[in-house]
Design a binder for this molecule. Structure first.
Ligand code: 13P
Ligand code: ZN
Length: 280
């Protein structure tokens, strides 16, 4: 099991996220929808007799599939030290309402408390693109700080972040979705996040953290890293002034589109009437 590329890639993201400071204590969680050949590679290690438990929502399009994910209350720091104690492989049942732990969490426990959000997002992403397999949640300080300073508005949040680094609109042309503060861990916040993931790759949970998705662990991590770095630059600017001397204009963003073969969410390219950061 430990020799597989999947375990190495999963572990690398956990360690990299920890080094970035995004995973205090048990903060954050990671899930991956396994490919058939990856399941076959490790099936000998599975306990197929495990008991079925309620997911707390239904994900019919994920029926019978297998997922690798972090355990609830487990620390990202510890994944590389003791994989079997901190990570699980689960299987979803025939109608998408239950799961069983077929591998891992050897000292007890259950998958992340954000299981409904992870599975519902993975279902929406599979419908969008069958090769979208990774959902990553963390608690990055700069992005969280911005949720106290910017309104909970997708267009404003996206535009302010896009302006901070030219690469941002190229990396996430559909922008960032925002979710107002809600109780984590349940179906309600999962439904809100899924609405965003139908079209976008990033969701910010106000006063909590961020979700990013990708085809690969690198893609999800890189996306998270880009948003969080842009958030850090924005905070530096905001700590000096409530307005910018100059910035990338809507025309400038539109020029990026043909140059990089992308289509930006035009609703984020509004004309500013107010020069203050965070205002339209
Ligand atoms: P878990 O330890 O249950 O994954 O919870 C951490 C977290 O970040 C909840 O949002
Ligand atoms: Zn969290």
């Amino acid at each position: 099991m430990m020799d597989t590329k999947l375990v190495r890639d999963f572990t690398k993201l956990c360690s990299d996220g920890y080094v970035c400071g995004w995973h205090e204590r048990n903060g954050g969680n990671l899930s991956y929808r396994m490919k058939e050949e990856e399941v076959e590679e490790v099936r000998d290690f599975f306990n197929e007799d495990a008991q079925w438990r309620e997911i707390g929502t239904t994900v019919p399009d994920l029926k019978n599939e297998y997922f690798m994910m972090t355990g609830s209350g487990k620390y990202f720091r510890n994944v590389e030290l003791d994989f079997e104690d901190n990570v699980a492989i689960i299987q979803v049942n025939e109608d998408g309402s239950k799961y069983k732990i077929v591998y891992g969490l050897v000292n007890g426990g259950r998958p992340t408390s954000e299981l409904p959000t992870h599975l519902m997002n993975l279902e929406v992403l599979k419908q969008r693109d069958p090769e979208m397999r990774v959902v990553y949640h963390c608690h990055p300080a700069n992005t969280i700080a911005l949720t106290f300073l910017l309104p909970c508005d997708d267009q404003i949040f996206t535009r302010e972040i896009w302006e901070m680094m030219t690469e941002c609109p190229i990396i996430f042309p559909k922008g960032i979705g925002t979710v107002e503060w809600m109780v984590p861990g349940g179906r309600e916040i999962a439904v809100k996040t899924c609405e965003i993931m139908k079209t976008k790759d990033v969701a910010v949970w106000f006063h909590h953290g961020m979700f990013a998705c990708g085809h690969t662990f690198d893609e999800a991590f890189g996306l998270m890293h880009a948003v969080e770095k842009a958030a850090e630059i924005l905070l530096k600017v905001m700590s000096v002034s409530d307005r910018k001397l100059q910035t990338i204009t809507p025309e400038g963003f539109r020029e990026i589109e043909p140059a990089f073969g992308i289509k930006l969410d035009e609703s984020c390219l509004y004309e500013r009437k107010d020069g203050r950061i965070g205002k339209k």
